[in-house]
Design a protein around this ligand. Structure first.
Ligand code: SER
Length: 313
């Protein structure tokens, strides 16, 4: 049977590019993009599109039935920085949408769920360097708490009800197509926009703040790979550590300067500094590499070239 895919939160930073990739792989009519807001023309007119609120169970159920969906990618979420401004909203969106998706899978409405967790599920006392797959997790943001709780729910639904749910802990994702909304790693995207526009950049993190990062192409590849892997290879049913590169604002600035020698950055840390300081600096993802052959291909230099090329166009 051919797959019928529903992407909830398809208008977001990752959802947009995931929709395009999945339409290439599975055929445009087999991939339904859904979002609470209307999206770009590319998203809305390259295949079926539905306006959908991920926290309304009946509506999600209706969409799954209407298109005879077999797989759901739940990409709707409120990110770390904006989540601190609206804690209740962040908790209710991030948790309720997941519980709805898990419940509908448990009831047999569709077969396979992808749900993203994040490095934000780690916290101040988790090991900072090469953070292992299994370790202390004490997230200090509402976003991180919702991701850790979500991971436990995923494992629970797999163990108790056999729900085929798959998840990865994304690091900061760098991309040029759709801007992220309200994350702590957004600086690493904003900085490129400023450089390409020949403007100075006021960076909201300090120059030596090291964080795990990944280029969008690698993130999409990981997402597709984990969903296509045979079920028995997915041994972790909470969420897999995933990593590619790690860098500081100063390091990405120095890389960009190779292309824009006059580019200037000022460091003016705000409340997001504390969030960044609570997260890992680098991640050990050897379990994902072993279980489903994960591999990244973009390093800082290659990513910088590609970002600049695409943003200049
Ligand atoms: N990029 C996310 C954020 O900054 C982390 O998962 O909130």
């Amino acid at each position: 049977m051919s797959e019928k895919i529903l992407i909830i939160g398809a208008g977001g930073q990752i959802g947009t590019e995931l929709t395009i990739k999945l339409r290439e792989l599975y055929g445009k009519d087999n991939v339904v993009a859904a979002d609470i807001n209307s999206g770009s023309n590319e998203l809305m007119y390259s295949g079926p599109f539905e306006i959908l609120d991920a926290t309304r169970k009946d509506d999600v159920k209706k969409a799954i039935k209407k298109y005879k969906i077999t797989q759901v990618y739940l990409m709707a979420a409120m990110l770390s920085a904006v989540g601190e401004k609206f804690p209740e909203k962040a908790w209710s969106l991030n948790m309720n949408s997941l519980l709805i998706a898990l419940d509908l899978a448990k009831d047999g409405l569709y077969k396979k769920l992808f749900w993203p967790s994040s490095m934000a599920a780690f916290g101040p006392t988790s090991p900072k360097k090469n953070t292992p797959q299994e370790t202390i997790m004490d997230p200090s943001t509402v976003y991180g708490i919702s991701k850790l709780a979500g991971e436990r729910w995923c494992e629970y639904y797999f163990q108790k009800f056999g729900v085929d749910v798959r998840s990865i802990r994304y690091p900061g994702i760098i991309s040029w197509k759709t801007k992220p909304g309200g994350g702590t790693t957004d600086y690493a995207i904003d900085i490129f926009y400023k450089a390409v526009n020949h403007e100075d950049y006021n960076c909201f993190l300090s120059e030596h703040t090291r964080l795990p990062m990944m280029y969008m192409d690698d993130a999409i590849k990981a997402t597709v790979d984990i969903m296509q892997a045979p079920s028995e290879q997915i041994k972790v049913r909470s969420s897999y550590n995933l990593s590619a590169i790690d860098f500081t604002p100063e390091e990405v600035y120095n890389e960009i300067k190779k292309h824009y020698p006059d580019f200037k950055v000022n460091y003016v840390p705000d409340f997001r500094q504390q969030i960044a300081d609570s997260w890992p600096q680098s991640i050990d993802d050897s379990v994902a590499r072993k279980d489903w052959n994960w591999n990244h291909s973009f390093d800082l230099e290659k990513m910088t070239k590609d970002m600049i090329k695409n943003l200049s166009n």
